[in-house]
Design a binder for this molecule. Structure first.
Ligand code: GAP
Length: 419
């Protein structure tokens, strides 16, 4: 884990938040390569689950919602974790994760357990008074429920269909930590899939399979993923069935994603009248199957699976679709203007279609190593032969094999690798 955290900082994937001011409790900033990886993950998800399906539409809702939303959804009443405090060092701890001993000082005496609500509060407008209290959303899901009728009217959908959203969520976690695994500000990719009640099991199974397809598409190793059926009493207040997809992180096997059958709990709480009518004119409340993905946990799992050490070389074997740069272009020597000019021409041309890195420092070997470490699938070197026959050397990240390719064929070759 330390190696991943260090690589992320060293190579500009993820920096500690507000670092020059001493940081801010487990907040993290995505750097130049991190934002590319994150965007690629979100793009792939949108492609797979929105664009490639005809039963799905997306929304992008406000982070702050009317507090009545959270009253109706049950979050103000029930969205809490059990909190206790070590009587020796006064560290606040989650009672359900405590193993008899304080992880901070070894103390064995704790305060009475209280329920601590995880909603993050702020005020809208200049007066800090109760009437102006609003909450940052703790899940993107509720915006899909409260917009259900808007989507239905504008899109004229019939069951089954889904609404998808990617966006930030906030939770006042008692014990954030383990790098980007648990933070107070994070991002989710969620689907609320609306179905007939009698068909929920079929759709639940479908989404279970889709989540496995996602693991394959992102290179998350299937032998590191385990399904856990969440028993009665442990599920969220809205769920009748939940499966957690857990992942073997270096700090333990813990939740990566979730799949829940939310029944008609949410729509019933938000709409006084049934918001859906079938073709026969019968009004009712659709039921909901909800697959949910954390973006930051995806990044962590993807990086952990991709990270490999091969002798001296550190390589991120990222899926080409997710790699921050698809290709790097080098002139063999930086002090030969003809080579630099030709390499620049290729770089500028490829940049119209791909995310391309440029490097002319040090020797070729060092440049390959630097690109391996950030997961760039291909490196192109422009050498003296290029000036004679318009071909370049293309080196593959995983096999380290080099082949001679005509400049005219480069774009097609790269597109094929990404596909
Ligand atoms: N709408 C359902 C819902 O929010 P959840 O299991 O509480 O379900 C969904 O959250 C996903 O969001 C989790 O599976 C995880 O990937 C991510 N997530 C939840 N809390 C998080 C946190 N504090 N930090 C980072 N990711 C988190």
């Amino acid at each position: 884990m330390e190696k991943i955290v260090s690589l992320c900082k060293r190579r500009g994937f993820i920096f500690p938040g507000s670092e020059i001011y001493g940081g801010l409790a487990n907040s993290w900033d995505y750097g130049p390569l991190g934002v590319e990886l994150k965007n690629n993950i979100k793009k792939l998800w949108w492609q797979m689950f929105v664009h490639q399906r005809d039963d799905m539409v997306g929304i992008d809702a406000a982070l702050l919602m009317n507090p009545n939303v959270w009253e109706a959804s049950g979050h103000l009443g029930h969205f809490s974790d059990p909190l206790t405090e070590c009587k020796t060092c006064h560290t606040r701890l989650r009672a359900d994760e405590l193993d008899r001993v304080c992880p901070n000082c070894g103390g064995k005496s704790f305060a009475e357990v209280k329920q601590f609500n995880l909603m993050l509060k702020t005020f809208l407008g200049p007066a800090e008074e109760q009437a102006n209290v609003v909450y940052f959303r703790p899940e993107t899901a509720q915006a899909m429920f409260v917009n259900f009728k808007n989507v239905l009217t504008t899109e004229r959908r019939t069951l089954p269909f889904g609404i998808a959203q990617i966006g930030k969520a906030f939770r006042n976690e008692i014990t954030p930590g383990n790098f980007i695994f648990r933070t107070r500000e994070f991002e989710q990719m969620e689907i609320e899939y609306f179905v007939h009640e009698e068909e929920w099991k079929k759709h639940f199974q479908h989404w279970q399979q889709q989540m496995h397809m996602w693991f394959a598409a992102t290179g998350i190793a299937k032998d590191q993923v385990h399904e856990r059926e969440i028993p009665d009493g442990e599920r969220a207040h809205y769920s009748k069935r939940t499966i957690d997809f857990e992942f073997d992180y270096p700090f333990g096997t813990k939740e990566l994603y979730g799949l829940a059958y939310r029944t008609d709990f949410d729509l019933k709480n938000h709409f006084k009248e049934p918001p859906y009518k079938d073709e026969a004119g019968k009004a009712f409340y659709p039921h909901v199957v909800e697959p949910t993905w954390g973006v930051d946990r995806t990044i962590l799992a993807v990086l952990l699976c991709a990270y490999q050490e091969e002798g001296e070389r550190v390589v991120l074997k990222l899926h080409s679709k997710l790699a921050p740069y698809k290709v790097a272009v080098f002139p063999l020597l930086r002090n030969k203007p003809k080579l630099v000019e030709k390499a620049r021409e290729i770089y500028d041309d490829l940049r119209k279609r791909f995310a391309v890195s440029w490097d002319d420092r040090g020797n070729i070997g060092k440049r390959y190593f630097a690109q391996d470490e950030i997961g760039t699938p291909s490196c192109i070197t422009v050498d003296f032969q290029t000036l004679e026959d318009a071909s370049v050397t293309v080196r593959d990240r995983d096999t380290m094999k080099q082949e001679r390719v005509a400049i005219a064929d480069l774009a097609a070759l790269l597109a094929e690798k990404i596909r």
